[in-house]
Design a protein around this ligand. Sequence first.
Ligand SMILES: NC(=O)c1ccc[n+]([C@@H]2O[C@H](COP(=O)([O-])OP(=O)(O)OC[C@H]3O[C@@H](n4cnc5c(N)ncnc54)[C@H](OP(=O)(O)O)[C@@H]3O)[C@@H](O)[C@H]2O)c1
Length: 234
Amino acid sequence: MEKLALVTGGAHRLGKSFALTLARLGYDIVLHYHSAVEEARQTQGELESLNCRVILAPADLTQPAEIQSLVSNLQSLDVLVNSAAFMPSGNVESLPLETWDTTLDLNLRAPFLLAQECAKKMTAGGLIVNITDVGAQKAWSRYPSYTVSKAALESLTKILARALAPKIRVNAIAPGLVLQSDIVPAEEWERLISRVPLKRPARSEEVASALEFLIKNEYITGQTIVVDGGYSLI
Ligand SMILES: NC(=O)c1ccc[n+]([C@@H]2O[C@H](COP(=O)([O-])OP(=O)(O)OC[C@H]3O[C@@H](n4cnc5c(N)ncnc54)[C@H](OP(=O)(O)O)[C@@H]3O)[C@@H](O)[C@H]2O)c1
């Protein structure tokens, strides 16, 4: 039987790169998405052309019941990649409570609940990889809920690594700048890129290759691999 990996937020962008990397390594994929149904179907086709079996799994991961039903359908699991996240901007003075809660529910509580549920399915051992952000180690005052969620996710990574050892390893990957999103205006993105020591964003595949490294090196747990072109130095 092929090994099985669950990738959250796998329909497009970075999550898709994680899914493609896993497919090339021989995994079948449970491809989670939330609203990007068209992109999920297209990615399914690309994965299938790599001889990968794909299960499409829509779920709102801010809802614990949806997490439970997503995982309860699986017989066994080998790898979980927690990539889905929400990055709202907002000032500390005016950030709505609902925004705070949604960010923490998706970026922190969901990876915790997914780890709890998926660990039960990793009967032959497994690997959990949480996608954080170089911002986890910074004080990004324009993204308070996001920054806190990623810092806490790195803390959770260490706690899970200890709690789930020796059968399950738990690590994080912290990208710097990879893919621009609507929330960051073009001029701001260019300004940020110019400050990064390596003067360019990461290619998605460069971030996904850290996942391949974590799969292949079976003696690493509780660590965060930073893939940021030197962003954390500034
Ligand atoms: N992009 C970058 O440069 C960058 C840099 C540093 C860190 N990261 C981290 O890398 C990861 C991927 O980033 P990205 O930029 O590729 O992704 P993104 O564009 O921020 O997409 C986020 C993903 O989260 C999913 N999502 C949103 N709300 C959801 C909900 N309520 N329930 C379940 N899923 C939900 C979306 O699914 P649908 O689209 O299907 O709705 C989407 O696939 C994130 O953890 C991000 O924090 C990204």
